[in-house]
Ligand binder design. Structure first.
Ligand SMILES: [Zn+2]
Ligand SMILES: [Zn+2]
Length: 157
């Protein structure tokens, strides 16, 4: 019999990966769709410490808390909640902290995957409108050349 903690950690890890797919889908089809009124605040310069778009993060944090607090560590829901919380932490550190410089003591990388992540997300932010954006992932980014090609293919308006 495998230890419940070990299988719990595996569930949490799979949840982290799955959450990137969820976040991609939510970003592309909800935030750049019906949820644009909130997400728009993330595509224009921020005026204060927070932006309306932060509510999306709070919503996911709330769901993760409900799962963790509402179940025991022997249940699957608990570890899904842990995975969601881990994803949220990575999202906050990489997307908000590193890419958008909201955590000032994180140093900008000069090479490697993290630099690619930053460049890819800046390509997403090159489009200021709801439609026409590319690069919706937060922790995974395709090579920058691929994204740049996709942007060039978009109809210019
Ligand atoms: Zn966006
Ligand atoms: Zn962003």
């Amino acid at each position: 019999m495998t230890s419940p903690i070990l299988s719990g950690c595996a569930i949490a890890l799979v949840t982290v990966l799955f959450m990137e797919a969820v976040a991609y889908g939510v970003h592309r089809y909800v935030m750049h769709g019906i949820g644009w009124p909130l997400h728009r605040s993330h595509h224009v310069p921020r005026t204060g410490l927070f932006e309306a778009n932060d509510l999306y993060g709070l919503l996911f944090a709330g769901m993760s808390l409900v799962l963790i607090l509402g179940s025991s560590w022997r249940e699957m829901a608990y570890w899904i909640g842990i995975g969601m919380a881990l994803y949220g932490l990575l999202y906050a550190l990489l997307h908000d902290g590193l890419v958008h410089r909201r955590i000032p003591f994180i140093r900008a990388p000069r090479r490697g995957y993290l630099l690619r992540l930053i460049k890819a997300h800046h390509i997403h932010h090159a489009v200021k409108t709801r439609k026409g954006a590319v690069s919706f992932g937060f922790l995974y980014a395709p090579p920058v050349e691929t994204l740049a090609r996709r942007v060039r293919k978009l109809p210019q308006n």
